[in-house]
Write a protein that binds this ligand. Structure first.
Ligand code: TUI
Length: 314
């Protein structure tokens, strides 16, 4: 456990981080979450630095509060995006889909807070050793690119393994999940899927509707055979990918088939042949609200729950 609170470390009001979602979380969503007292996050995904530079310029006009930039490390532009984060003095850099080891000293020297998203204790400890300010421990309930452990088992093991604040992610969409995360020893939560339907989220309306229509079993994992498992809402693309994997198609053929599919769903609204990445908590997301309403609802439900907590042993 860490002595300094996550809110102190990141200079935010509430320990609620908006998950970085490639092709989706832009300056509008991130500013709305930061203005609500959480940490809004712009996702760089596979975009080139020029596109992200525009978003970073935009957010400075939308909020005075700290915000984050999520750097997807499998991106061919990751080096440029890190250089941009340093140039633009982004307050917090979060990383996903790889180890940010080679960037850590430059980011630290620039005074940027570094919060790697990690799927294992070993990686959390490595990140702590390299100077990470906090880690996001992301379980396989999350949407998009995932590891193998569940949030329930990953979070307490990471909490036991490091002395920096741990942010729980994967499967958290309401105050109950928030309370569970704190019970597991987390210092904060990261929420992605619920913010997909936020009024300030610019993802295609058909993508939002698919989240609102989702039930508990609506998501599945494709890409296990390529080494890049991804959780999505099951649709025709998902079934085609799973069939390709079953028939022993090469990882290259599968990755080529899936390339560009997230953009297709998120930007063009092709929810049949696009990749509708979402977490298992999609089944908990029932209504479109503003980011401020989502943050307040998480806090209200959390506070009520912990103050009236029944003794299950009575
Ligand atoms: O990064 C994510 N989730 C993502 S990234 C993304 S964009 C994308 N688009 C197309 C195909 C694939 C991805 C969509 N969702 N979450 C954080 C996360 N990081 N989950 C798992 C990891 C991770 C995995 C391996 C972090 C580090 C790691 O390190 C391996 C190593 O290098 O030791």
């Amino acid at each position: 456990m860490s002595a300094k609170s996550l809110c102190e470390v990141l200079s935010i009001t509430y320990p609620i981080i908006q998950g970085g979602m490639a092709w989706i979380s832009d300056a509008d969503l991130a500013a709305a979450v930061s203005n609500a007292g959480g940490l809004g996050v712009i996702a760089a995904g596979n975009a080139p630095a020029s596109v992200i530079a525009e978003q970073l310029d935009k957010i400075k006009n939308l909020t005075d509060r700290p915000y984050g930039l999520n750097v997807m490390l499998m991106s061919p532009f990751a080096d440029d995006i890190i250089a941009l984060a340093i140039e633009k003095k982004v307050p917090v850099v979060l990383t996903g889909a790889g180890s940010p080891g080679k960037y850590m000293s430059d980011l630290k020297a620039a005074g940027i807070k570094i919060v790697p998203v990690i799927p294992s204790v070993a990686l959390a400890r490595r990140m702590e050793g390299l100077g990470a300010d906090a880690v996001v421990a992301e379980g396989m309930e999350a949407g998009g690119h995932i590891g193998t452990l569940t949030t329930m088992t990953l979070v307490p093991q990471v909490v036991d393994g490091v002395d920096i604040p741990v942010i729980a992610a994967g499967g958290i969409a309401d105050g109950r999940g928030m309370a569970a995360a704190f019970a597991l020893g987390a210092s904060g939560i990261q929420v992605g899927t619920r913010f997909l339907v936020a009024t300030e989220c610019n993802v295609h309306p058909d993508y939002k509707q698919m989240i609102l229509d989702a039930k508990d079993t609506s998501t599945g994992i494709s890409g296990n055979s390529t080494g890049h498992p991804v959780r999505v809402i099951k649709n025709r693309l998902y079934r085609q990918l799973v069939a390709m994997e079953k028939s022993g198609e090469s990882p290259e053929a599968i990755e080529t088939f899936a390339a560009g599919a997230l953009r297709k769903a998120a930007v063009e609204g092709d929810i049949t042949y696009g990749s509708v990445m979402a977490g298992q908590s999609a089944g908990l997301v029932h209504k479109a609200e503003s980011s401020a309403e989502i943050v307040q609802d998480l806090l209200n439900q959390f506070r009520k729950l912990v103050s009236d907590f029944p003794d299950p042993l009575k």
